[in-house]
Design a protein around this ligand. Structure first.
Ligand code: SAM
Length: 322
């Protein structure tokens, strides 16, 4: 996956406002805080340098995760053509950029964010991009715990639900569901992020919403019963040279791991099964680990089943398996 050229222009412009060495240090600090965050929740993007570090190194990854999840919605709900988007905990507007790339039907977006500086960064990025991602983009400064939400077709909470307490996160998912046709929650692909996605799932089901993805059913999650395992997926993203330099990365790409949960008011046809690991390719056979309504199962596809083998060869971790 690549970012739109206009968004890359905006990211470069944001980085160019800072001393390069200081920006590298901020990137390192942010990475170590992200690692520590497995244990402690809370926002930590407090200075202009850290916001720029977020824009250069985290925004591309969260964009990739959101675009991947929204692509899944498009696949499961081919007739869903949202006109309005609500981006909750919008930061610099990452999910809005991703949503407009996936759903050209979008005409307006409301972005709610508590941090005035992040809103200013997001506005500046739209200017530097030289292209509005969407015709109408309204930024609202507000606290998600207190702000009333207006109805929108698509509501996205990207990498923000985990910053709230469990009680506040539960209340926010309920509030978001009441104003959404489709609600997508995306979190880091860590045990903690997966826990937040599970919490969202429980709230969605209790509110009688229907799970769209990643689950193949609405019963108890079989992954929860497994030790040292959690539901997550990955999206590969091409790195720009700026990203490679700032993160001293050798590879031309990065893999963003994410957990997610999508619910809709209407029921949809869910996947028969979801591939939950990289397929294991052996001699003449491919082994798939699948999450199905009957639990987590392994299926081995052999070369003798020509059609199925061809499908399995093209199958990736995170894909559905019909
Ligand atoms: C990690 S950033 C994610 C930004 C963006 N959604 C993305 O995917 O790149 C989390 C954002 O949620 C915002 N946030 C956290 N708690 C909030 C609250 N109670 N009200 C409004 N925004 C909040 C933070 O200020 C921050 O900008």
């Amino acid at each position: 996956m690549q970012l739109p050229a206009a968004l890359n222009r905006a990211i470069d412009a944001e980085a160019s406002q800072h001393d390069y060495k200081l920006l590298i240090r901020a990137v390192e600090e942010m990475s170590s805080r992200y690692r520590a965050r497995e244990k402690e929740a809370g926002a930590f993007i407090g200075t202009p340098l850290h916001r720029a570090a977020y824009v250069v190194t985290r925004l591309p990854a969260t964009y990739a995760a959101v675009a991947s999840v929204l692509g899944e919605i498009r696949q499961r709900m081919p007739t869903f053509e949202p006109a309005s988007l609500l981006d909750l905990g919008a930061g610099p507007g990452t999910a809005t950029w991703a949503a407009t790339a996936v759903f050209p039907s979008l005409q307006r977006a409301t972005l709610i964010e508590q941090d005035a500086e992040f809103i200013a960064t997001g506005r500046q990025m739209v200017k530097s991009a030289g292209a509005d991602p969407i015709a109408r983009m309204e930024w609202v400064r507000g606290d998600l715990r207190k702000t009333q939400l207006e109805p929108h077709d698509l509501v996205v909470i990207s990498y923000a639900l985990g910053e709230l307490s469990e009680r506040d996160a539960t209340a926010l998912v309920n509030k978001a569901l009441a104003s959404a046709r489709v609600l997508a929650v995306i979190e880091p692909g860590t045990p903690r992020g997966c826990g937040v996605a599970h919490l969202a799932r429980a709230v969605m089901l209790a509110a009688k919403a229907h799970i769209v993805a990643p689950c193949s059913h609405e019963g108890p999650c079989p992954m929860l019963a497994r030790k040292d395992d959690w539901c997550h997926f990955a999206q590969r993203l091409e790195r720009t040279s700026l990203h490679r330099h700032l993160k001293s990365g050798e590879l031309g790409y990065e893999d963003e791991k994410f957990s997610y949960m999508v619910a809709a008011r209407e029921d949809v046809s869910r996947a028969h099964a979801r591939i939950i690991r990289h397929p294991l390719i052996g001699k003449g056979h491919i082994k798939l680990d699948l999450c199905t309504p009957a639990g987590i199962v392994s299926e081995t596809v052999t070369r003798s089943d020509k059609e199925k083998f061809k499908q399995a060869r093209g199958a990736k971790w995170g894909d559905t398996w019909e």
